[in-house]
Design a binder for this molecule. Structure first.
Ligand SMILES: Cc1cc2nc3c(=O)[nH]c(=O)nc-3n(C[C@H](O)[C@H](O)[C@H](O)COP(=O)(O)OP(=O)(O)OC[C@H]3O[C@@H](n4cnc5c(N)ncnc54)[C@H](O)[C@@H]3O)c2cc1C
Length: 406
């Protein structure tokens, strides 16, 4: 039976996997580069099958309590006058009250809290080398002494270090969808409550998000990127400069957004990208969540795929009784159609959120303005997300799922 599984990354996929491995009798260890679980991040969605995973973790009440219950998104013109108003279910087609939306950092903290008494966490550290043979994986770290473990799992996101060490350079697997996105905290509420306000110019999107329970706002800046545009994850000052340059002549409330972006301490910026790989496993190393199959934020499904992927990977490892080859093959077989279906959601979304030309922006605004009047037809337009989010039947693995009875 596999005993020790070293997981890189303590955001969503990492702690969720650690939870399920521990529940199924294995010993997970999590290594995270940051000094603590990272806060911040734009609100993320937990939908359909992923809600079921959270329920089986006994975290559904906490998830429901953290739901920010947004009322609407308003698209405004340069002077702040509404062009169109959309409710969340008109975006996703999911029945009200079933899915949850919450700040990414809150979900990460929730998962960490649920696992920290049972799981060893190594913060402010990362894996520097992976050397595997028939007996195990020999791992070296930036700070901690070397260890030999049975398996290594990369849950370290779009720019996964484990993927680079065990599968090859990021460029082989990353597909940029032609946009970059920034999210950051800002002071003040501007009279907004449980709503998003968005202003577009061709190729650019700027907005505020007023989240329930937060004193300030979340600012959003996103733009269509020129060919070959990349983000250096280590160069935060360079990221802020690139954004300020992209919005240099911005109207509406863009100058205030740029100023807030400059001073925010939870600034997040990245290209809108997918990870597509022919295989998510190599020998004793596997990937889960964004590291393996980032669907891009346009799909709104990154967090749900991470939660479902973690559940399935741990379940298959337990079912295979230590045979990681059989477990990894079953993990890929079970999850790949679900992943591919959800990745398809993102490929056309950018043109809707950030139209590149004046004509396409005009057309988009007309469609949005008409949406509330379309009756049942709007469900046909929006139902794609909900259908994709439900397109996987969660297997039952032993020992039985559900709340642990002490
Ligand atoms: C700070 C932050 C803010 C985010 N904000 C947004 C957002 O606004 N909108 C959005 O759609 N998505 C955002 N995301 C991505 C979103 O969380 C993921 O798409 C999704 O939740 C899947 O999660 P994941 O656990 O697979 O990957 P991620 O959430 O990306 O987590 C990866 C984790 O691995 C850690 N890590 C990275 N490299 C290493 C390494 N070499 N060694 C050790 N640890 C490492 C990171 O610090 C992070 O904690 C954000 C992620 C982070 C970390």
């Amino acid at each position: 039976m596999t005993r020790t599984v070293l997981i890189s990354g303590a955001s969503i996929a990492g702690p969720a996997l650690a939870f399920w491995l521990h529940r199924r009798g294995m010993r997970p260890v999590v290594v995270e580069r940051a000094p603590t679980v990272r806060g911040g991040g734009y609100p993320i969605d937990v939908r359909a099958t992923a809600v079921e995973v959270v329920e089986r973790m006994d975290l559904l009440p906490a998830l429901r309590a953290a739901h920010i219950d947004m009322r609407r998104t308003t698209f405004v013109d340069t002077r702040g006058r509404p062009i169109a108003r959309i409710t969340p279910d008109e975006f996703t087609g999911s029945p009200e009250g079933r899915d949850a939306e919450l700040p990414r950092g809150d979900l990460a903290a929730m998962l960490h809290e649920r696992t920290r008494d049972d799981v060893e966490y190594l913060f402010e550290d990362s894996i520097t080398a992976i050397d595997q043979d028939a007996d195990g994986v020999h791992v070296t770290f930036r700070n901690a002494p070397p260890r030999t473990v049975d398996l290594v799992v990369g849950a370290d996101g779009l720019h996964s270090g484990v993927r680079a060490l065990a599968f090859g350079p990021e460029e082989e697997f990353r597909h940029d969808l032609g946009f970059a996105f920034a999210g950051f905290s800002a002071d003040g509420r501007r009279g907004l409550d449980r709503e998003v306000v968005v202003h577009n110019t061709p190729g650019r999107m700027a907005g505020w998000s007023a989240v329930r329970g937060q004193a300030g706002l979340i600012g959003v800046l996103a733009f269509a990127t020129p060919p070959g545009f990349t983000v250096d994850p280590r160069d935060v000052a360079g990221q802020r400069d690139a954004l300020a340059q992209a919005f240099a002549d911005g109207d509406w409330e863009v100058p205030g957004l740029v100023a807030a972006m400059r001073s925010a301490d939870d600034f997040f910026f990245d290209t809108v990208s997918q990870i597509r790989m022919p295989s998510w496993t190599a020998g004793r190393v596997a990937l889960v969540g964004d590291a393996a199959y980032a669907p891009a934020l346009l799909s709104g499904q990154g967090t749900s795929l991470a939660l479902v992927g973690a559940y399935v990977l741990a379940g298959e490892l337990a079912t295979a009784g230590g045979d990681h080859r059989a477990a990894f093959a079953a993990y890929e077989r079970a999850l790949r159609p679900f992943v591919e279906r959800n990745q398809q959601l993102a490929t056309s979304g950018g043109a809707t959120l950030i139209p590149r030309t004046r004509t396409s922006l005009w057309l988009r605004n007309r469609v949005l303005a008409a949406l509330p009047h379309l009756g049942p037809a709007k469900r046909l337009l929006a139902g794609r997300v909900d259908e994709a989010a439900r397109a996987f039947r969660l297997p039952a693995y032993a020992p039985a799922d559900g709340p642990v009875v002490a």
